[in-house]
Design a protein around this ligand. Sequence first.
Ligand code: CDP
Ligand code: MG
Length: 296
Amino acid sequence: MQKTFAMIKPDAVSAGYHHNILQELELGGFAIVSKARVQLTRARAAEFYAEHKGKHFYEKLVDFMSSGPVIALVLAKEEAITGWRTLMGPTNSVVAKEQKPDSLRGKYGTDGTYNACHGADSPASAAREIKFFFPRLILDPLPDPATAKTFIIDHLQPTLVKGLTALCKQKPSADKMEAITWLAHWLLDNNPNKPRTVDHDQLELKPEDEEEGFDLGEGGQVEKSVEEMEQDLAATRVQSHFRGYQARRNVQKKKEGPKVSIQTHEMADDEKSAVKIQALYRGHAGRKRVKGLKTG
Ligand code: CDP
Ligand code: MG
């Protein structure tokens, strides 16, 4: 798979031809990796076409390219660079209409400047143009070997070593398939990122864990009843007790020696447990209130 940079120019976008062009490129087997509708300033257009600076058509080209929105595209296909240029046809749309009437420039362009679309002409210009429009796009999804090694050591090894040790102990005579299946199940059961439920009797509440000065907020809470506000306050207290308990447990764990530490972009386990505890409390408080209403 090769990637290339393509653009639907302002003439085609303002005429509504971008729909046809997008459809034709997909029919042509190109995958759209990124797409953005962009209004280029004159300065950005001048920078994009810097290679033509000084040529007789340069100023006109820069005016044209900044006259309205363009659609910037990263396309992927085998031999995408030449494939896209063939689909576009000759640079000059007058020539294209004569020689390649079915090409995009033949159908949707007007003349030597207003020619509906753009395509990078080499791997180097494709890379430069993709970066120009999509600076955050990672073109090569494979990390460098050093990054990959660090990732494996930090994120895979600690759990894998535990799983493989358990496998050796529990299934010393397993064949290949059985061993792999067993390990796969073990990994599912021991996923360090899976939320855990903490037993209530594990909770050891201490008064110093309570967060003082809990602020109900200004304005934001006024629609709640006093009872609801009390319930919120109590729920938050329960949560903060739990956090204190977690913090002590973490300190204890650190004293016991180094443990696997895996960071995820998801909510941490402790956070999830704290939220769960709070939800449990709210449920309990809600039931108590309903009971109170029934009896009172
Ligand atoms: O776009 P392509 O790579 O096929 O051609 P180019 O030679 O890199 O020129 C860039 C753009 O400048 C063309 O697509 C035209 O829009 C414009 N141009 C022009 O206005 N007059 C010319 N004589 C040549 C190019
Ligand atoms: Mg060119």
